[in-house]
Design a protein around this ligand. Structure first.
Ligand SMILES: CC(C)(COP(=O)(O)OP(=O)(O)OC[C@H]1O[C@@H](n2cnc3c(N)ncnc32)[C@H](O)[C@@H]1OP(=O)(O)O)[C@@H](O)C(=O)NCCC(=O)NCCS
Length: 156
């Protein structure tokens, strides 16, 4: 049986939690900029993102506990994804679950009809998650001077 995650919009109250998750070493390693994120930088960034009509940040909860986030940065009808789970929530299939739920939500509440993701080639769990969720593999590319797999999902 698929575990039932609930998704809600992120709010100012999630700022510290998102900062802690973003600074988890595995999350930093998965990003293009791998440096730790100072609190002040995060505060400014998060404030802007919450006000940005082209940014959707959802928090996933399991039994009322936050376990991960998914963020869509939109440009017209296309969006890029940022996704991560709390360290203790990884490796249980919850990433695939969160990705599926997040896509359902963004398709339902926006004009987005195409979602893109670039995954560092060494990030096998993330690549598996995108492929299992139905993304098409567009092949290898270079982003920020790093080798990535490019994935896309179109609204059917
Ligand atoms: C990426 C992430 C969201 C995936 O979520 P997850 O719940 O851990 O992944 P899932 O359990 O849904 O499944 C991932 C698949 O990868 C597999 N996997 C896990 N670790 C692996 C590894 N080290 N090597 C190869 N495959 C691995 C799992 O077995 C699973 O495959 P399966 O369903 O065929 O068994 C999560 O690991 C995470 O938060 N990582 C850090 C941030 C990150 O990398 N974000 C994505 C940036 S593009």
């Amino acid at each position: 049986m698929t575990t039932q995650l609930s998704l809600r919009n992120a709010s100012q109250n999630d700022s510290r939690l998102l900062w802690e998750w973003a600074n988890d070493p595995i999350v930093r390693a998965s990003a293009f900029n791998t440096e730790p994120i100072p609190w002040e930088d995060h505060e400014n960034w998060f404030d802007k993102k919450l006000k940005d009509p082209n940014c959707f940040i959802y928090i996933a909860e399991l039994s009322n506990e936050p376990i991960g986030q998914i963020r869509f940065n939109c440009d017209g009808q296309s969006a890029n994804i940022d996704i991560h789970l709390a360290p203790e929530a990884r490796g249980k299939g919850l990433g695939t679950n969160l990705l599926t739920s997040g896509i359902e939500k963004i398709f339902a509440e926006s004009e987005i009809n195409e979602i893109h993701s670039s995954v560092k080639v060494e990030n096998a769990p993330s690549s598996k998650m995108f492929l299992k969720t139905g993304f098409s593999d567009l092949g290898k590319g270079i982003e920020n001077e790093q080798e990535v797999y490019n994935y896309v999902l179109k609204k059917s």
